[in-house]
Design a binder for this molecule. Structure first.
Ligand code: 5GP
Ligand code: ZN
Length: 114
């Protein structure tokens, strides 16, 4: 746990969230400001600053991706399609410094980029 980290506080239950999936390695919850009908954040329970740092722990990265796939299944978007996003750095508008996978779907998504 990292002091002053929003997602560490959410994982610890100090800040309320709506759980979608949970296991020993990860916690998944609804984004407070959804950008699609389905918008869930999958976070490793262990604090890592961003996806690049998470890549140093391939087992944990794999757990995050597997949990994302499970989220897509339980949210009913596995067949219709979904998007995995890791924002890293300022140009990607990353705002929370605890690695998180966005799972987006449930409707036709727009193209991404600029
Ligand atoms: P980023 O921009 O860093 O990739 O994504 C951070 C995400 O966290 C944003 O989509 C934002 O809406 C979400 N978020 C920020 N604060 C909270 C919160 O307190 N609760 C929840 N559930 N989501 C949050
Ligand atoms: Zn954290």
């Amino acid at each position: 746990m990292s002091a002053d980290c929003l997602f560490c506080k959410i994982i610890a239950g100090e800040i309320p969230s709506t759980e979608v999936y949970s296991d020993d390695a990860v916690y998944a919850f609804r984004d407070i400001n959804p950008q699609a009908r389905v918008h869930v954040l999958v976070v490793p329970r262990e604090h890592h600053e961003d996806a690049e740092a998470l890549a140093g722990n391939p087992g944990l990265l794999s757990s995050v991706l597997k949990a994302g796939a499970e989220v897509a299944r339980v949210e009913g978007v596995r067949e219709s399609g979904f998007r995995f996003v890791f924002n890293t750095g300022d140009d990607a508008c990353r705002t929370v410094f605890h690695a998180h996978l966005h799972v987006l779907g449930g409707e036709q998504l727009s193209g991404f980029g600029r």
